[in-house]
Design a protein around this ligand. Structure first.
Ligand code: G3I
Ligand code: 9MR
Ligand code: ZN
Length: 556
């Protein structure tokens, strides 16, 4: 049915601000009902927005007064209805569980038993040794997570995902601590997986502090990233076949794996995220944390002497995800700040301050690491330049102010302008939510927190498509993501955030479907072929999870 009334399909925490968007030409009265039909309250959507991104006129209403736990829907006079939604303190628990279990299901290099992975069970994949590009050398690089709908494993995006998931853990240990790995339903099979490696790292005196399931999952990626480090400390950019395979299960991809050349971005991201991880693992696995520290410092020194202008480019024989990024200054910046925070050496501080003097970098994303650097510098216990600290805070708040203007003017509270519906727009939107959240932390001004939460509501259903962008959540979610195991099984793996609308029409499927012009926020094609609008990735899910964990901790 054609929808006109849009809410977060999963629902709201009682204390959240709650807004409904109604596609309409005039102010529109609405009523909220319990799912049984019982009337609860009424209101009027009276804030008009000419919505260029969606090519429509919207009216926004507020029903924040509704705080009593229950299941509800919203109805207009002419009987247009919203999807049902829940109000509860636990409303996001299962969303978080599914969205994080995705990482387990993306594991490469180990068996995923049926008891744990259901339809997505598979035998160990991509276990053959990898050829180092341009040499005869082979290396063992099994493990880690498949990046996305494809089976490549890419260091930079993996590092970003781990960093965001460590933030999620830090900001909301109770919610993330309640995560139950699918592997726990298959204890024996799980013991065969490389996480048995954890046992080797476990010091006798830390036996009592079992590693939480959340950190166990992140360790799976960190362990793989360590294998991607060359002897001199630099990181191979990625491990993948030469080209993308068809829609087959991972263990059926049998082509040779090639390690692409080293890059500054991969090396800097690795140094940074390992330094960060040291702080999280040292109390559980001190010997492991020491290994992380050594690898991080070694990568950092390698990075310092690397100059590869223009960034990574796919070699001619390789056509998998490029993750090219012409600017490596922000990766160097993040690494310097993170190593300073963890290790405290003056060298790292000098490096960071030198980079910050050229520019205060800002940004969350696979190519933009500035904000991760800023967060580390702002929170270090080691001495800092107070003037620089204030300048960073000012820059972060001013960035959030720019986003806030966009949010306030949009019909769905979206932080993207009309031109910003790009490949992976949902990641940018989630990351904008994080920028807004950071500004709330810095100012304690609630308007930033509410705007951050709006990004979550958009992703979970209050958007011009009326779709929940996380598979298997809400009542009307994406069903045909560009994801090989899902496509092969004919059933979407749950808990995956779709890339979201992309107005570039960058794949053959969207080009075939959208033959007439489509407003940017509606350039989403829920078809398996549409990788530019409907793929999934680990670093899109991590952005979503960091936002979810942050906002729920603040508002619960
Ligand atoms: O940086 C330029 C910017 O200067 C320019 O104005 C803009 C307009 O075209 O383009 C910007 O670069 C874009 C880049 O993303 C950064 O946003 C590229 O054109 C665009 O092609 C690129 O899209 C990336 C896509 O791969 C294609 O390379 C996505 O961000 C990235 O998430 C996606 O990642 C893929 C992997 O390669 C393979 N695995 C799946 C994954 C998700 O689809
Ligand atoms: O499946 C691939 C996806 O993961 C990438 O993001 C995308 C862009 O690099 O490419 C997809 O692979 C397609 C390839 O580029 C062209 N032939 C069709 C492939 C999808 O089945
Ligand atoms: Zn694999």
């Amino acid at each position: 049915m054609y929808k006109n009334v849009f809410v977060n399909q999963c629902g709201y925490l009682p204390g959240m601000q709650k807004k409904v968007t109604i596609r309409s030409e005039k102010p529109t009265p609405f009523s909220v009902h319990k799912s049984s039909g019982e009337f609860v309250l009424s209101g009027t959507a009276d804030k008009r927005v000419e919505n260029a991104s969606a090519g429509e006129t919207d009216y926004i209403g507020d029903f924040s007064a509704l705080t009593e736990p229950g299941r509800y829907y919203i109805m207009t006079e002419n009987r247009s209805e919203s999807d049902t939604f829940v109000i509860s303190e636990n409303v996001y628990d299962s969303v978080l569980q599914k969205a994080f279990a995705f990482f387990y299901l993306q594991r490469c290099g180990c068996d995923l038993p049926r008891e744990a992975a259901g339809a997505y069970a598979h035998r160990a994949c991509h276990t053959g040794s990898a050829l180092v590009y341009g040499t005869e050398e082979h290396r063992e690089v099994s493990g880690g997570w498949h990046d996305a709908g494809d089976y490549g494993r890419y260091v930079g995006p993996g590092a970003m995902a781990v960093a965001q998931l460590l933030y999620a853990w830090e900001r909301n240990p109770s919610l993330c601590g309640s995560y139950l790995s699918p592997a726990s339903s298959a204890p024996e099979a799980a013991a065969d997986s490389p996480t048995a490696d954890t046992a080797r790292h476990r010091d006798a005196d830390s036996q009592k502090r079992a590693l939480p399931a959340w950190l166990e999952e992140l360790k799976y990626e960190l362990d793989w990233m360590k294998k991607m480090q060359r002897e001199d400390g630099a990181l191979y950019h990625k491990a993948s076949c030469r080209s993308f395979c068809g829609f087959i299960m991972p263990e059926e991809e049998q082509e040779e794996i090639v390690l692409s050349p080293v890059s500054v971005t991969a090396t800097g991201d690795f140094a940074a995220v390992l330094a960060m991880a040291v702080r999280f693992y040292e109390k559980y696995l001190p010997a492991y944390a020491a290994e992380l520290a050594d690898a991080s410092k070694k990568a950092y020194q390698a990075m310092k002497v690397m100059e590869l202008p223009g960034g990574f480019k796919n070699p001619p024989e390789i056509s998998t995800g490029e993750y090219g990024d012409a600017c490596d200054r922000d990766e160097r910046y993040w690494a310097a700040a993170e190593l300073y925070k963890t290790f405290g050496d003056a060298e790292y501080r000098e490096d960071f301050e030198k980079l910050a003097a050229e520019k205060i970098y800002c940004g969350y994303g696979w190519a933009d690491m500035g904000t991760y650097g800023n967060l580390a510098y702002l929170s270090t216990e080691h001495p800092v330049d107070e003037a620089l600290k204030s300048a960073i805070q000012k820059e972060m708040v001013s960035h959030a102010d720019t986003l806030l203007k966009v949010v306030s003017a949009d019909g769905y509270g979206v932080s993207l302008t009309e031109k910003e519906y790009v490949w992976g727009s949902n990641m940018n939107l989630a990351n904008n939510g994080l920028h807004l959240f950071d500004a709330w932390k810095l100012t304690d001004d609630r308007k930033y927190l509410d705007a951050a939460a709006e990004q979550l509501h958009y992703l979970l259903g209050r958007n011009p498509m009326g779709l929940c962008y996380v598979t298997g959540c809400g009542s009307d979610a994406i069903r045909h993501p560009h994801h090989r195991p899902s496509g092969f099984q004919g059933k979407a793996m749950p808990g995956m955030l779709s890339g979201g609308p992309c107005s570039w029409l960058a794949d053959e499927t969207v080009k075939g479907v959208f033959t007439a012009p489509i407003p940017p926020a509606k350039c989403l094609c829920d078809m398996t072929g549409s990788y530019s609008t409907n793929e999934v990735t680990v670093y899109w899910n991590s952005a979503f999870l960091q936002l979810l964990a942050s906002v729920t901790e603040a508002l619960h």
